[in-house]
Design a protein around this ligand. Sequence first.
Ligand code: TYM
Length: 331
Amino acid sequence: MEQQKKVLFSGIQPTGIITIGNYIGALRNWVKLQDECECIYCVVDMHSITAEQVPAQLRKNTLELLALYIACGIDPKKCTLFVQSHVPAHAQLTWTLNTITYVGELSRMTQFKDKSRRHRENINMGLMDYPVLMAADILLYQTDIVPVGADQKQHLELARGLAQRFNSRYNPTFKVPEPYIPRQGARIMSLQNPLVKMSKSDENPNSFVSLTDTPDDIARKFKRAVTDSGSEIRASEDKPGITNLLNIYCAFSDKSLGQAERELEGASYAQFKDMVAQAVIEKLQPIQRRLKELLADKAFLEQVMREGAERAGTIANRTLSKVYRKIGFYG
Ligand code: TYM
């Protein structure tokens, strides 16, 4: 008998800029796992509105991110691709999970503390509830594996904790998901300060490379990347800048760290930066071409998202009705 494939769920926020950090930490692995797992990939627009969005822009970004998933190599015939707000069960399960989540555990979340510090003018309830919505996303699909970058580890732990709490308070309902965090590249750092995470919300655009940057932009950003003292190209704790560039280089040229270090022996920092830029440009160019083609076919993208929402909705509603029954909702 054929063994059942593991269920995999993940998502990215449609906030406009998708960085090579998102690609290395998440998207790249999504593509790799699509054959061995039952994959569900979501454009998490409901998470995006925890920060203020321009409505027309959000709508555009949502379609573009779905197209980007496909352009990066995700096959809509093999995977379920959908938009979070198209499946109301995400909001419905969030409400239910809210009632077994403690305010204390949400206020201790690193990302919440971090975002509230940076956006004092907009510390909204949604921002605080963000990890519960994320838990609902994952638990609705009886997910086995969640491929994410290292920054999402704490949120994943909450999702596991809520699944266990619900299961023990009622009876086994949710599968307890496992994180899939790549050993290398789980935290790509800023090109301007290798001690902080590369982030699309960084005010300095030279600190990140977007998947839609032009070759000239990419070359310039790597040229300006901050490196370390010394001249040797190897990964080590006292060389955070070079280590970060090596992680990017390995991910984009499909080489192991050892291979890359041997290849780069004797190269100067300037030559190395140029090679990183070339590897990134080479990989991104076909993705950008495909993205452009896809964006010209809005009908196809809308069909993918409609079919995806239908498939996702069926699975999600099955879990939601189980939950509603367990908690005693009259049905
Ligand atoms: P988002 O959009 O902020 O990030 C999307 C994915 O990119 C990873 N990532 C990185 N990986 C390595 N280095 C970086 N510098 C870097 N920056 C971002 C993130 O870890 C993430 O995997 N909350 C999620 C979205 C989400 C989700 C979910 C994920 C909502 N529901 C359910 C998994 C399952 C987030 O961080 O989005």
